[in-house]
Design a protein around this ligand. Structure first.
Ligand code: ATP
Length: 230
C-alpha cells in the first residue's frame, strides 16, 4: 500500500536555524499515527512541508505517493493547522457551507448533523465558540471533503481534559466509519498513546518509529516528563 507520508533527508531552515533536519520516515496508510515531540521539535514544520505550505531546504517529501500539492493530493488530504483558522464572524452553518463551496462535491448536511449531535448550535458565531467547539468545527470542515488522509497539528493542545477526550472520541468515530488515515501531532504522549496505532517520535536531532509506547520510550526517555503533566 502506498505510504501516507514519506520523507527522505527532509530539512527546512529559517535563516541559519534548522527547524527540521535529516528527517527520513515512511508512515503507513490505513492507520492512526501519532507524531510526538517536544515543543520546537519540528512537528508543524514537517506537516507544513507535507501539505506544501513550505518548501524543503533539502531532501524531499511525498504525500499519498505524490509530491505535495499535486492535483489529486489536494483533494485527498485534509489539514487542520495548529491555530485552526476559521472566520470569527461567520456562523457554524455558514462555515460549513463555505467549506462545501471550496470543496465541490461536498454535501455539508452530514457535517452539520454531526456538529448538532455534539451540541454545537449551527446559528452560533464562530467567535463565540469555546476552544473545544472550534476544534470540533475545524475537524468537521477538514472531514467534509472525505479525505483519504487527515493531518491534525496539535488539535487538542489548548483544550481542557474533557474537550480533549470528546475531540479524540469524535475523531476515532470518524476513523471507524470512514477508514481515513490520520496523522495526529502532539507534544503530550498521553494524547496519542490512547488513540494511535503507530507512533513517531520527532526530536530535535532525529526520528524514531514504533508501534507501541514501551518500545518508543525504551528507545528514548525524552517524552516521559511531559506525560506526567497530561
Ligand atoms: P510546537 O509543539 O511548539 O508547535 P513544533 O514541534 O511544531 O513545536 P515547529 O513549529 O515546527 O515545532 O518549529 C521547529 C523550530 O523551528 C522551532 O525552534 C521554531 O522556533 C523554529 N521555527 C518555526 N517556524 C519558524 C519561522 N517562521 N521562523 C524562524 N524559526 C521558526
Amino acid at each position: 500500500m502506498t505510504p501516507a507520508l514519506e520523507a527522505e533527508g527532509l530539512g527546512r531552515c529559517y535563516g541559519r536555524k534548522w527547524a527540521l533536519r535529516d528527517c527520513t520516515l515512511s508512515l503507513p496508510a490505513g492507520q492512526v499515527i501519532g507524531l510526538v515531540g517536544p515543543n520546537g521539535a519540528g512537528k508543524t514544520t514537517l506537516l507544513s512541508l507535507a501539505v506544501g505550505l513550505l518548501r524543503p531546504t533539502e531532501g524531499s517529501v511525498r504525500i499519498l505517493g505524490r509530491p505535495p500539492r499535486s492535483p489529486g493530493t489536494v483533494a485527498e488530504v485534509g489539514f487542520v493547522a495548529q491555530d485552526k483558522p476559521l472566520y470569527r464572524n461567520l456562523t457554524v452553518a455558514e462555515t460549513l457551507r463555505m467549506g462545501a463551496w471550496l470543496n465541490p462535491g461536498w454535501d455539508p448536511r452530514a457535517a452539520t448533523e454531526r456538529i448538532e449531535r455534539i451540541g454545537i448550535p449551527p446559528g452560533q458565531k464562530v467567535g463565540r465558540l469555546s476552544g473545544g467547539q472550534r476544534s470540533q468545527l475545524a475537524l468537521a470542515v477538514a472531514l467534509g471533503k472525505r479525505p483519504r488522509l487527515l493531518l491534525l497539528d496539535e488539535p487538542v493542545a489548548d483544550l481542557d481534559p474533557i474537550a480533549r477526550r470528546d475531540f479524540l472520541r469524535t475523531l476515532m468515530a470518524e476513523v471507524a466509519e470512514s477508514g481515513v488515515t490520520v496523522v495526529l501531532s502532539s507534544h503530550l504522549l498521553a494524547d496519542v498513546e490512547r488513540t494511535c496505532e503507530f507512533l513517531v517520535l520527532l526530536s530535535t536531532s532525529h526520528v524514531q518509529l514504533a508501534d507501541d509506547t514501551e518500545t518508543l520510550l525504551a528507545q528514548h526517555r525524552m517524552v516521559t516528563g511531559p506525560r506526567a503533566a497530561a
